[in-house]
Design a protein around this ligand. Structure first.
Ligand SMILES: *Cc1c(COP(=O)(O)O)cnc(C)c1O
Length: 375
């Protein structure tokens, strides 16, 4: 297991606070990757720390057959904030598991097997979610995968209409592709996929593992695009970096979802951390804040660095910067020479997923650093 981009000079992180990470030498890094979007309210938010540690002292774990206050509260909180009618909540421990459950539920509820996914989509690395993931490099040597998956061009509603038929259990799709390069699609496209799936009786699974929790400027991208799916999956920052995923379903899916389970489903500590994370997101209106600061960063990059970058894409604080040379080299320079961390999305795209709490001064610091490495 390797592939870390700075393997020749590892940065050893041992502390985080807000938008910053600190290494073992006490150096401060501006975290614009936010560890793959796992810290929407910032690193070690005091309210989340308090909720998790208090719960840890009382009880680490109790099986889901005994109702527990933190888990029950989270079920209600998620049902409250979910798009209308998607109020049945299944809790698990990661994004791939949330999608795995979504695919199983959709197959069970429809009695069909075919899953339609999109080119350049990413849905996780367990067998089912991996089968729905586009890139071969993630699949090599692991087959046979979970059968009956078809891929269509992302953003092409005619291709989708052709693929979705009477055998289709589900379409699984990211409302804005993350890993695949920060590729936005139109509202019309997502709404047409909604109509096509409804017409054929297939489930629409929106994978909001990266786009959810305020990232695109609304709590869910589903809200942004006015598309209510049958299943919505979330994970990554849900419990501020403690492992948690959730599969939110409409009644028709939940009522006929078969026998699925997980030992750790909705454990008290992660549930408490997730509840506190959602509290902070809502109380501080972080989705709206993300929309505002995100527009500011994109504007600054276009104004100041327009000649040096090919394109700036995305919504809110999910931003892709298409650069003219290899992204890994730039990311390394940003980290080692300017103490700024970001992520790649393919060979030529820098991906920004900062905490939603950042302010304009953080945005300016990032753009200054990017200007310097591009020069
Ligand atoms: C990260 C990600 C996943 C997988 O989540 P894990 O927690 O790594 O299993 C699935 N879908 C999308 C869109 C993601 O960004």
């Amino acid at each position: 297991m390797s592939g870390f981009i700075f393997s020749e000079k590892p940065i050893r992180i041992d502390r985080g606070e807000g938008a910053y990470l600190y290494d073992t030498n006490g150096n401060e890094y501006l975290d614009f990757g936010a560890s793959y979007a796992c810290t929407p309210v910032g690193h070690c938010h005091p309210e989340v720390v308090d909720a998790a540690t208090t719960q840890l002292e009382d009880l680490f774990y109790v099986q889901a057959s005994y109702p527990h206050a933190a888990r029950t509260a989270l079920y209600e909180q998620l049902a409250d904030v979910a798009p209308v009618d998607i109020d049945n909540v299944w809790l698990c421990n990661s994004g791939t598991e949330a999608n795995e459950a979504a695919l199983k539920f959709a197959r069970h509820a429809t009695g069909r097997s075919k899953i339609v996914a999109t080119k350049r989509g990413f849905h996780g690395r367990t067998m089912g979610a991996l089968a729905a993931t586009w890139k071969d490099k993630y699949k090599e040597g692991f087959g046979p995968l979970a059968g009956d998956f078809e891929f269509v061009e992302y953003g092409d509603s005619e291709a989708m209409a052709e693929a979705v038929d009477d055998d289709t259990a589900a379409v699984i799709i990211e409302p804005l592709q993350g890993e695949g390069g920060i590729n936005p699609v139109s509202k019309e496209y997502l709404q047409s996929v909604r109509v096509q799936t409804a017409t054929s009786g297939a489930a629409l699974i929106l994978d909001e593992i990266q786009t959810g929790l305020g990232r695109t400027g609304e709590l869910w991208a589903a809200d942004k695009y006015d598309v209510v799916p049958d299943v919505l999956t979330t994970a990554k920052g849900l419990a501020s970096g403690l492992p948690m995923g959730a599969t939110l379903c409409r009644d028709w899916i939940a009522e006929d979802s078969g026998n699925h389970g997980s030992t750790f489903s909705g454990g008290p500590v992660v549930s408490a951390a997730a509840g506190a994370t959602l509290d902070v997101l809502e109380r501080e209106s972080l989705p709206a804040h993300a929309a505002e600061v995100g527009a500011y960063i994109r504007g600054q990059i276009e104004d100041r660095l327009g000649d040096d970058v090919r394109e700036v894409r995305g919504h809110g604080l999910m931003i892709g910067i298409e650069v003219k040379r290899g992204s890994n080299r730039l990311l390394r320079d940003l980290a080692l020479n300017h103490d700024v961390l970001a992520l790649p999305a393919g060979r030529t795209v820098l991906r920004l997923l900062p905490p939603l709490t950042i302010e304009r001064e953080h945005a300016d610091a990032f753009v200054d650093a990017l200007e310097a490495v591009l020069a």
